[in-house]
Structures are given as structure tokens and as C-alpha cells.
Design a protein around this ligand. Structure first.
Ligand SMILES: Nc1nc2c(ncn2[C@@H]2O[C@H](COP(=O)(O)OP(=O)(O)OP(=O)(O)O)[C@@H](O)[C@H]2O)c(=O)[nH]1
Ligand SMILES: [Mg+2]
Ligand SMILES: [Zn+2]
Length: 293
């Protein structure tokens, strides 16, 4: 048996990078019976069935360091939440849900604000919001090459997923980093300025300067799951200097008096946009819990 890593999966076939090259394999039936689905990024054991054609069978999935449903990837070191300063309009609720999901899984987050060439002022304002979080913030343009060196430094020797809405430029950024048009890119629609879901499958790429990166399909909504509303405050790192200083134990930082988190909001040390994401997520998580009772 060979060790490998799944770099792509389409229609029940998995493409597994091994020392012999890319092996095309089907998963053995036992995964289905244990309802374990292989996903891109999985470290696996594969046996070769046809040596000439490099066909094989995926026999075993090694334990995962972490895994995500959206985007469907495994064994990440970090996630780069990517959005455009303009075209498509940034969806900051989505950005903040992704960052909460990543931090809750103990995966570090960075934010990449792309298309600075068409909206430099908006890009700066958005960067301000995210600098307060402590996440690395990268301003980039795959047109001008801005941010490329910073991204390379961030990605080097790590396993990184690019995630975010369709049309923001995830595949374009990756192409510019690897210096090759390996990933297909698509235009955005003229009228509504929305992406066209060009990338259909997750793909794991080896980077020429060390490390791996996932290109992932864009998505515009998803639900944060498996978190308690009361724990949400821990996944907004900019709240952390103020936690523990509230008058009420179990303060949700929404309607309670004497709350230093709300004070920080009025002093603009916490951004209005991030706080709105917090409230929206808090309410959703609270409802889930009540519905489950
Ligand atoms: N002006 C400008 N256009 C960009 C930039 N980056 C990407 N684009 C354009 O934006 C469109 C979408 O780019 P993609 O790379 O396909 O976007 P994506 O995030 O991979 O989209 P999906 O695969 O659909 O999720 C293309 O027309 C790109 O040429 C940029 O920095 N500036
Ligand atoms: Mg793409
Ligand atoms: Zn409070």
C-alpha cells in the first residue's frame, strides 16, 4: 500500500498524490458503510490495481487533524477568507461566519481583500474592520500583483484553504501565486455583479515555494453549527480584552448594562459590522438550542 493525499474528488473517483504520481482510485465499500466520506486533503492509504494506468483503490483514511463541511476540506493549517472590495459586493456576514467556524476548529484565519485595483478606498475601509480582529489582513489584486509577496510568505510550508463567495478571485489569486493559469477562472455577471461558480470542485495544489493550497468553490451562505451561543464571544478575538469585566456573569454583551464589550463598541475599538455579525450569530445559535429542547 502507498501513502497519499487526496487532491481532488469527482463523481466517486479520487485523485491521490503518491510517490508514483497521481493515482485515480475508487473508495472501498467499507467507507460508505461507516458513513465516512473521503474529502480533499485527506491523508490516505491506497493500493495499486493497475500499475500502467495508475489506477487503485482507496483503502484507508488516516485520522484527520480537522475537517470542514463548507468548504469541504481536511487537515488545514489555516484558512484565508477571501472577498472582493467590490464586484461582487463583500458579504461580511459570510466572512464572519467563516472566521468563527475556523477559530472554533482551532484553525487560524487571515483575511484577503482582493480587487483593490477597482476599489482602493473601499478596500482600505474593509481592511480597517479586520485589522481590529488581529487576523492577518492582506490587500491584493491579481491584476496588479499587489499582495503577492505577502501571500507567499503566509502560505509557505503550510496547508491553506482559500474560501469565500463566487467571483471574488480565489482561483485568479492562486494562478498568480503559482505563476501558471492552472485553475479555471470565470467572469462575473454584468448585471448583478455576481460570480458564476466557475470552480466546481475542491482542488489541492502543491505550491512551488513550499506548502499546499486548496482552491474551493464559492458559496454565499452556510450555517454555523455545533457551537453554544454562550461560547461565541471566544471566537471574536477583538472582544477578548474586555471579557470578564461585565457586571453580569453570562453577559451576552447585547442588552445588559455595564458591559465593557459594548463600551468598546461605542469607542469604535470593536467594529459595528463585526458586532452585528456577533448579534446575528448569537440569535441564531440561541434559537437552535431552544428548538432542540
Ligand atoms: N479587477 C480585478 N478583477 C479580478 C481580480 N481577481 C480576479 N478578478 C476577476 O474576477 C473574476 C472572477 O475570478 P475567479 O478567480 O474566477 O473567482 P473565484 O473566486 O475563483 O470564483 P468561483 O470559482 O466562482 O468561486 C474574473 O473575471 C477575474 O479576472 C482582481 O484583483 N482585480
Ligand atoms: Mg474559482
Ligand atoms: Zn458584556
Amino acid at each position: 500500500m502507498l501513502d497519499g493525499i487526496i487532491v481532488k474528488g469527482i463523481g466517486g473517483f479520487y485523485y491521490i498524490k503518491t510517490e508514483l504520481g497521481i493515482v485515480e482510485a475508487k473508495a472501498r465499500g467499507k467507507f460508505r458503510s461507516r458513513s465516512l466520506t473521503p474529502i480533499v486533503g485527506d491523508k490516505v492509504k491506497v493500493s495499486i490495481v493497475d500499475e500502467a494506468e495508475l489506477k487503485g483503490s482507496l483503502d484507508e483514511i488516516l485520522p484527520r487533524k480537522n475537517s470542514f463541511i463548507r468548504p469541504p476540506v481536511a487537515n488545514l493549517d489555516q484558512i484565508i477568507i477571501t472577498f472582493a472590495a467590490k464586484d461582487p459586493e463583500p458579504n461580511l456576514r459570510l466572512v464572519d461566519k467563516l472566521s468563527v467556524t475556523a477559530l472554533a476548529a482551532d484553525v487560524s484565519c487571515a483575511v484577503c481583500i482582493n480587487k483593490t485595483d477597482i476599489a482602493p478606498k473601499e478596500a482600505q475601509q474593509l481592511a480597517e474592520i479586520y485589522r481590529q480582529t488581529g487576523f492577518a489582513v492582506i490587500l491584493s489584486s491579481s491584476e496588479t500583483g499587489e499582495g503577492k509577496e505577502e501571500l507567499k510568505e503566509l502560505l509557505k510550508d503550510k496547508v491553506t484553504a482559500f474560501a469565500g463567495n463566487s467571483g471574488v478571485g480565489k482561483s485568479s489569486i492562486l494562478n498568480s501565486l503559482i505563476g501558471d493559469e492552472q485553475m479555471e477562472t470565470g467572469t462575473i455577471s454584468d448585471k448583478i455583479k455576481r460570480g458564476k461558480h466557475t470552480t466546481r470542485h475542491v482542488e489541492l495544489l502543491e505550491l512551488p515555494f513550499g506548502g499546499y493550497a486548496f482552491d474551493t468553490p464559492g458559496f454565499s451562505s452556510f450555517e454555523v453549527e455545533g457551537l453554544r451561543a454562550a461560547d461565541l464571544e471566544n471566537y471574536f478575538p477583538e472582544f477578548s480584552p474586555y471579557l470578564g469585566g461585565c457586571r453580569f456573569a453570562g453577559c451576552a454583551h447585547i442588552n445588559e448594562p455595564d458591559c465593557p464589550v459594548k463600551d468598546a463598541l461605542s469607542e469604535r475599538k470593536i467594529s459595528q459590522s463585526r458586532y452585528e455579525s456577533y448579534i446575528e450569530l448569537y440569535d441564531t445559535l440561541k434559537q437552535v438550542k431552544e428548538w432542540m429542547k
